[in-house]
Every structure is written in C-alpha cells, then in structure tokens.
Design a protein around this ligand. Structure first.
Ligand code: 0PR
Length: 387
C-alpha cells in the first residue's frame, strides 16, 4: 500500500480499464457457468444494505427476521413450510454444514459418507475437513447414482448418504425417493444437493415437465442445499442450506455470548456474514414470484432443448444425454473433447470442460442469438478439426 491515498476518480478509472478484460454475462459468452448476472434490484438492495451482519444478529434483528422469512420461502418452494436454515456463502459451505450435522448426530468416529461419482468437489473438501471417509458410488446409464451400488456400499461405519438434484456435470437428478427409503431403513442422514436444481426443478414441474420428487416431499430427506447465487439471480455470495426441522439446524448451532448485539447463536461455518445476501434473496423471490422464475426457466429450457437438438446435427458431435434441466453435455466419439474445448475457448466461448464432455449451461443471461452464434462456431470448430 502506498503512503498517500489516491483520488477516487483515478481508482475508478483504473478499475474500469483493468476489469474490462474479464468475461461478462451480458456478452452471452459465459455458457459454462452455473452463475448468472444478478437481478438489477438485487444489486440495488445488496449495495443499500451491505452493512448488515447476520453474525451479530442482535444488532440487526430486522435483517435476521428477513432471513427467517427467506428460509420459509425457500422451504415452501422445496415442499416444507417448517424447514429452517441459513443463507450461506454458497453450495460448498452448505454441503460442509450438512455433513458436519450428519457427523455430529451420529456421534461416531471413523465415519463414512456415500456420494455419487457425480458429486461436486465440495463433498471431497467436506470429508477432508471433517475427517470422514468418502465412498464414491458408480452411476447408471442415465448418469444417476446406481442405488443398488449405494445399498452395497452401506456398512456399519456409514453415517450419511448424499443424493444430487442437478449434478454439476450434466444436471442429472438422482433417484431421491429410492435413496430416501434406504436412508430411512438404515437410519442414515440423507442430504440432497440441489445447489443448482433447487431453483430449476420446482419451476420445470410447474411448466409440465416430468420432475420426480427431489425435495422435502420425500420423507427421508434431512437437508437440502439450494443456491440463490446460481439460478436464483442473486449476487454472490448466496448459498442456502435448509434443514427439515429446527432440531437438525440446532446440531451445528453455537452460542456466542459476548457480541455487541447481545448473546446470539451461529449455525453457519462463518461468523460475520452478509445480511445483504439474505435481503437480496428475499427481494428477488418476492419480486419475481413463482411465475417470474417459471418464465426464466421456460426460456432457459427452450434454448437448452434447441441446443441439444442441434448439436447432433454437426458431424462428429453428440450430446451426452437428453437434458434434464438447462445443462447440456457435449461429447464426441471422433474428436478429442479437450481440443474442441480449446478451440471454443480460443473463439472466446467460456465453456466448462469435464473429463469426457463439455458442459454447457444455458443461464438466464444466454439469449437465442448467443446459442445460434455458438452453434455456428461449434460447427466451424468441428469442420476445422475434420480438416
Ligand atoms: N453443489 C453442486 C451440485 C454444484 O454444482 C456446486 C458448484 C456446488 C455444490 C458448490 O457451490 P459453490 O460454488 O457455490 O460453493 N457448481 C458450480 C460448478 O462447479 C460452481 C460454479 C459456478 C463454477 C460458476 C464456476 C462458475 O463460473 O460448476
């Protein structure tokens, strides 16, 4: 840091010029990301209330009340008006908290957690952090976890099972009802990671898509990750963790007696945390309502299906599966998928590269013209690679 401060104008100018090289959502070039441009009103309320700290909720009881209402709205969206939880920093924190809860409830040492091979790396982080052995189970031909293999993996050390509603790689939904049956039968904690799918599946169902039960409607589900900073159009950081009931939430709650707002409790990994995030979630959910999100998801899905239909028309390319939500897997039996991704990136398309496929996410910021341009470039890349 230099000794004398610099003028505001100079700094703003420098920031504008230095940051303009980053990708922007508005360009439509970010087609591999689960995040999107936050709603304009969310930006406004976030900036307006960014001093609210839910870590010291006694100072900001009104903000804490808004968080409570937000969790009720999220719980209601996921079929449980009695759900409780918190707006956290993201899906990673939510998943860590869920496994932490499972571990504390089990009172066991030497525990194992069963997750699908498709699970997000936050479960690896969580198990490493919590000293849990993570057992990864194979998928079936629809890229869902193989429930038979989960059953086989259960042993006396198992404390929890994880199901995913909207996998990171392909947006697939695991058979949550079957996993729930197993969890209830074997008395296991059952967490559903709907970080991405939580803001998609309820609206797809409203729109008439066949959507299996994935939320608290399924009796064995103990907790759900649902991230407003993905398809919820809320600024980062805004993840969500919902518990089926208050007892579960209390498992990871700590009393903090000395804060300036008076004695409080924290049931999140972080102490000081953004009230603006919760306020932004509350605002966007109220502003858009179910119908607003439905419209957004309808449009994302329309473009997703167009893309999924047009990809196989390009010689040498195919989709991995019929999309379940607004995520498309692009594969090739002819070309090296890393080369395709490299060429697309050279053409300034921000795609996501998995070991055997490219992931495309059609977020709310992606418009029809972007999809068309992308398909044109994809065809060019395939033609070039064919030589
Ligand atoms: N659970 C699932 C199913 C996820 O896909 C993710 C992240 C998480 C949990 C963790 O969420 P946080 O990143 O909020 O902690 N999924 C995205 C991914 O890995 C995250 C992301 C978003 C990455 C935008 C890049 C990006 O540009 O693809």
């Amino acid at each position: 840091m230099q000794v004398e401060g610099l003028p505001e104008k100079t700094l703003l100018k420098e920031l504008e010029s230095r940051l303009k090289g980053d990708f922007t959502y508005s360009s439509g070039r970010i087609i591999g990301s689960m995040c999107t441009s936050p709603h304009p009103l969310a930006r406004k309320v976030y900036a307006r209330f960014l001093d609210k700290n839910l870590g010291d909720s006694g100072l900001f009881p009104a903000a804490a009340e808004i968080e409570k209402e937000t969790m009720i709205m999220l719980g209601t969206l996921l079929s449980n008006t009695g759900a409780t939880g918190h707006i956290v920093t993201g899906g990673t924190e939510a998943n860590v908290l869920a496994l932490w809860t499972a571990k504390k409830l089990s009172k066991k040492t030497n525990c194992e957690v069963i997750v699908p091979f498709s699970a997000h790396c936050s479960f690896d982080k969580a198990s490493d952090l919590l000293g849990l052995k993570i057992v990864k189970v194979k998928l079936n031909d629809r890229f869902q976890v193989d429930v038979g293999a989960v059953k086989k993996a259960v042993n006396p050390k198992t404390i929890a099972v994880v199901g995913i509603a909207g996998t990171t790689g392909l947006g697939a939904v695991d058979p949550i009802d079957e996993l729930s049956e197993l969890a209830l039968e074997r008395n296991l904690y059952f967490h559903v990671d709907a970080a991405f799918g939580g803001f998609v599946l309820p609206f797809l169902k409203d729109l008439g898509y066949s959507v299996p039960d994935f939320d608290f409607a399924v009796p064995g589900v103990c907790s759900i990750t649902v991230d407003p900073h993905k398809m919820g159009l809320v600024p980062i950081p805004a993840g969500g963790l919902l518990f089926r009931n208050e007892n579960l939430r209390k498992t990871v709650s700590w009393d903090i007696p000395y804060l300036s707002g008076g004695e409080t409790e924290q049931a999140t990994l972080v102490g000081t945390r953004s009230g603006a995030s919760a306020i932004a979630v509350w605002t966007v959910m109220k502003l858009l309502g179910r119908e607003g999100y439905r419209k957004i998801v309808r449009n994302c899905m329309r473009l997703t299906l167009k893309l999924a239909e047009d990809i196989p028309k390009i010689e040498g390319l195919d989709r991995v599966a019929e999309p379940t939500m607004n995520v498309v897997g692009l594969k090739s039996d002819v070309f090296d998928i890393r080369r395709i991704a490299g060429e697309l990136r050279a053409k300034k398309w921000a795609v996501s590269l998995f070991p055997r496929h490219i992931r495309i996410v059609i977020g709310p910021h992606v418009k029809e013209r972007h999809v068309e341009r992308f398909l044109q470039d994809l065809k060019k890349v395939a033609d070039e690679l064919r030589g």
